[in-house]
Write a protein that binds this ligand. Structure first.
Ligand code: HEC
Length: 128
């Protein structure tokens, strides 16, 4: 398989396929491939983001935001501290534009969303 096929849907598929496993050994193997938290959490975050954020934000590595005033999620932590945003989401403090909905994904969901968004900020190059 060519590396060029490592598009976001493919990545999501790979992540999802190991996302249900609670076995620390298998997720450790996966996580060794990528920095930071385990892949299951990132794929959970992707699922939440796909459902709740795509109406306005670009959520991938090279897509455009449907709403021009909503920054692509891959750029939001360039100027913002992920922990501060995580804390705001956790505490139900409003984030973003006035008409951006308030979200409550619970503590785990919030961490998952943040980890997903963190995971797309830098490392992976845009599609070649
Ligand atoms: C109804 C449209 C809409 C939806 C849905 C939406 N957003 Fe936003 N969001 C915006 C807009 C517009 C901005 C830019 C606001 C600004 O900078 O004034 C924004 C800004 C942000 C910011 C930057 C906040 C800041 O303080 O600069 C983050 C982080 C963010 N959104 C995350 C999310 C996440 C995560 C989701 C899904 C769980 C989501 N948004 C869903 C419209 C939306």
């Amino acid at each position: 398989m060519k590396p060029a096929l490592l598009s976001l849907p493919f990545l999501a598929l790979v992540l999802a396929s190991c996302g249900n496993s609670e076995d620390p050994a298998s997720s450790a193997t996966q996580a060794a491939e990528m920095p930071g938290p385990d892949a299951g959490m990132i794929s959970d975050g992707l699922a939440i983001v796909e459902e709740h954020c795509t109406a306005c934000h670009a959520i991938g590595l090279s897509d455009d935001s449907p709403r021009t005033d909503a920054p692509p999620l891959r750029t939001v932590f360039a100027d913002l501290d992920p922990e501060a945003i995580a804390a705001d989401f956790r505490e139900g403090i409003h984030v973003g534009a006035n008409d951006m909905p308030d979200f409550d994904f619970g503590p785990k969901g919030t961490e998952a969303v943040i980890e997903y968004v963190k995971s797309i900020q830098t490392s992976v190059p845009a599609a070649e």
